[in-house]
Every structure is written in C-alpha cells, then in structure tokens.
Write a protein that binds this ligand. Structure first.
Ligand code: NAD
Length: 244
C-alpha cells in the first residue's frame, strides 16, 4: 500500500509505545517519517531500527513542553527534511496523582505536553498545509476526554481539551471548504504501553489492556479511509479506540 508514500510524517513522542507503531505504519508505505521525542536514547534506538528496516526515518530530540523549542524544531524540520504533510500529535504524559497530591506545576506540565504542544504545532503546520491544499492532522486524545476519572484529573482535563480542539479545528476547516486538510482525533482506551503500566501499577488497577498496534492501525486506516480529505458524515472527527 503506497497511499502515503509521498508524505512527510511527523510523529511526536514516537520513540516508543503507540507513537512508535504509528511511525512504523506510515514508514511501511515508504513515507518519510520524522520522530520527535524527549527520550534521546530510545529515540536513537528506534530511528536506527527503522533505518535498519530500510525506512526513511529521522529523529529529533525535542521536549514538546518547551513551546519555543517546539517551534524552532519545527522550522529545522522544514529546512532539513521538508514540509510536514501528516502531523501526528501523539506525545503525552500522565502524573497518576490525586488532585490533592499533584502540584500546580505538575498539573500544568501535563496540560502543556498533551494540549498546548498540540495547539502550537498545529498552528505552525496549518498555513503550510493550506498553501499545499493538502495535509492530515491526527490528534491522539483519550477515551477519558468523555468523562472524568479519579486520579487522572490532569490527564482528563488535557485530553478533553485536545478532543474539543480537534473537533473545532475540523469544523472550521470543513466550513472553509476544500482546504485539503483532514483532521481526525483518536480516543484510545487502556493500551498496554509504558504509560498505562505505570499508572496501573501505582493504583493496582487490574483491568486488562489492549495492544498498542490496535490504536496504530486505527490511526493509519482512519486517515487512509478519508475520501478526498472529507471526514465521514456520521461522527465526523472521532474514531474511538473502544472495541465493540
Ligand atoms: P508512552 O509513554 O509509551 O509513549 C509516550 C512517548 O511520548 C514516549 O516516547 C515519551 O518519551 C514521549 N514524550 C513524553 N513527554 C514528551 C515531551 N515533553 N516531549 C517529547 N516527547 C515526549 O505512552 P503511549 O501509551 O504510547 O502514549 C501515546 C499517546 O496515547 C499519548 O498521547 C497518550 O496520552 C495516549 N493514550 C494512551 C493510552 C494508554 O492506555 N496507553 C490511552 C489513551 C490515550
């Protein structure tokens, strides 16, 4: 499947977990893939592995919570690799702390990584995509964007913002007509990654988790199945990762 072969794909937080598998899915279509991550060691390992598999992959050590660094890194990417045509806002963190224990600084960091970075990067990318009349913006929120969950107040607040932002963006682009830009928002649910395992162990949550490949495939086929940049009519922006 060479559907995305000409695209330049940027996946934030793509060194491991769900983002890594999203990066792999696009790389398999011979797209050019750029990964941003704060974890330099894991980033280098992942990019080396992808290149070893014959993929065109670039790694950038970026902390998306630093919004200035985020914008200068984006400019570097455009200069060094090219215009990003598929943006996957995937980087995310969770404190797993109760509202009584979390500091305001910790709370704000979660909002910055999960929501502000998404907004800043989207705003940087969109003018270029409008000029090209082509692009995909894929935002990873969470099923908890629909409801609150104990000891996840930071995370729920950030993800509800991410989902509402995605829907608003989609409506606005849709009203402008023929921008060529598709926006999707994926809301995964209990996925077996480092993030989930960390919180699960902390609170002794016993429920089972799904494999991250499930989400990566939803992301890939969700974008793949958009017809002419238009979202599906019913339930425009959301591809919930909740299994039926
Ligand atoms: P993960 O912890 O395995 O991966 C997250 C990646 O983001 C890591 O590589 C990490 O180094 C990177 N990252 C963290 N902070 C960063 C920063 N400041 N700058 C750059 N990179 C940073 O977790 P995951 O489960 O793969 O999470 C991916 C996305 O999926 C997140 O947005 C997460 O909120 C979302 N999600 C996960 C689950 C789940 O159950 N695992 C459920 C719903 C949504």
């Amino acid at each position: 499947d060479k559907h995305f072969s000409k695209e330049i794909v940027l996946v934030t937080g793509g060194a491991q977990g769900i983002g890594r598998l999203i990066a792999d899915n696009f790389a398999l279509t011979t797209a050019t893939v750029i990964i941003w991550d704060i974890n330099e060691q894991q980033l280098d390992k992942t990019v080396a592995e992808m290149r070893g598999n014959g993929h065109t992959a670039y790694g950038y050590h970026v902390d998306v919570s630093d919004l200035d660094q985020l914008l200068t890194s984006y400019e570097r990417v455009v200069e060094e690799v090219g215009q990003v045509t598929v943006l996957v806002n995937n980087a995310g963190i969770v404190s797993g702390k109760s509202i009584f224990d979390i500091s305001l600084e910790q709370f704000e960091l979660v909002i910055r990584v999960n929501l502000h970075a998404m907004i800043h990067l989207t705003k940087a990318v969109i003018p270029h995509m409008l000029k090209l009349n082509h692009g995909y913006i894929i935002n990873i929120a969470s099923v908890v964007s629909y409801f609150g969950y104990a000891k996840l107040s930071d995370y729920c607040a950030s993800k509800a913002g991410a989902r509402a932002f995605s829907e608003a963006l989609q409506s606005e682009l849709y009203c402008m007509d023929k921008t060529g830009i598709s926006v999707t928002c994926v809301c995964p649910y209990k996925i077996d990654t480092g993030m989930f395992t960390g919180v699960r162990l902390k609170h002794n949550w016993l429920f089972p988790a799904l494999q991250p490949k499930y989400v990566a495939d939803r992301v890939y086929f969700g974008a793949r199945n958009l017809k002419g940049g238009k979202p599906p009519k019913e339930h425009p922006s959301i591809f919930p990762g909740v299994p039926k």
